[in-house]
Design a protein around this ligand. Sequence first.
Ligand SMILES: Nc1nc2c(ncn2[C@@H]2O[C@H](COP(=O)(O)OP(=O)(O)OP(=O)(O)O)[C@@H](O)[C@H]2O)c(=O)[nH]1
Length: 371
Amino acid sequence: MIGFFFVSVYKYKSQPAFLLFSLACFSFAAAEVFASIRVYIDFPFVTHYLANIFIILSPLLIIVGLFKYKNTQNISLMPLYCIFGFSAFLLLAIYPFDAAKMLTSLIIAGLFIYSGYLIKSMSFVAKIQQKALTTCFLVHSGVMLLQVAVLSIPVISSNVVDITAPLQIILISHLILATLSALILPFLLFSNTEYTLSNLANTDSLSQLLNRRGFFNKAKESLNQLSNKDKSVSIIILDIDFFKRVNDEYGHDTGDQAIKWIAQNIKEQFINTGISARIGGEEFAILLPDYSLSAARESAEYLRENISKQPFYYKGAHINLSVSAGVSTALNGQMSIKDLLSLADKRLYLAKETGRDKVVTFDEKQLLLQS
Ligand SMILES: Nc1nc2c(ncn2[C@@H]2O[C@H](COP(=O)(O)OP(=O)(O)OP(=O)(O)O)[C@@H](O)[C@H]2O)c(=O)[nH]1
């Protein structure tokens, strides 16, 4: 069933990794069918040889699928194909004997350890499930090694020993672990996809800052945190001065690079303290969850000065940019983010009206004109 699920995902996403994962499930199921008909038919090539081949193929396909999912181009899969070819060749000589079962278990134990290592070294957002899947693979490899030990008892013992009961327990754990792994794997992959999609929806592709939607989402999340309760919340809105001239004089491409440069300045200053976003064409917002009005004004001043004192260089052009900013503050919960933003926006407008390249923190235009 999980195999069919992977096929449907493959049909939908056309990602080869999912086809490989589905083949791994079918290979596992085929191996179990071949092995279980041993009691009905006496045809060891199918019930022993093919069962062993398909059971080895299953983790191999998972590993190849993981490589495809990682999109690792520079890793050669040749060693894996060699392991498979060599195992198939060796098993052909010994498949009617117990040694074949032991060899198969040893190979699978090795492949499971490698799969666990691969999962651990990959980047997944669902950390608990990543640990769970790594553990599943490692425990599974332990079960395989235990199977080798149990299978070797009759060989080394001088008495006749019945190992049916421990082998049945091993078989059951084998089925449980395989099913668990097959259930956790898609969860891991989908949580990564969902994270990527949510990032795309909340990020501005030019500046790599949050977009307006991302800003509101993150701001709400941050202000709802218990540690930010009863704290002063400040918002800085920043707008590039006379940006139309930059586009007109140097072209739209230079304008884009200027936006990226401003964003970089914002990121560098607020990476650990604020939530930064590009909320409009040449307009940025920074939410500071634990900043008083004076602390926010100081930060905005620092940023404004930094931008105006260092020229922006692009394709030989040397462009002096400046920004205007409006700052607003309220106690967390007293004003909505939207209202705080529009108060800061009003002050930004005042900064523009009264000369630009300045930070405004209050609403009296007359005072601003006098200063
Ligand atoms: N290159 C580039 N330009 C943009 C982008 N988004 C908006 N703009 C431009 O930004 C300019 C904004 O112009 P205005 O609103 O007149 O403001 P301004 O020239 O900055 O003047 P003030 O804000 O009043 O100082 C317009 O020319 C837009 O085309 C963008 O993503 N890339």
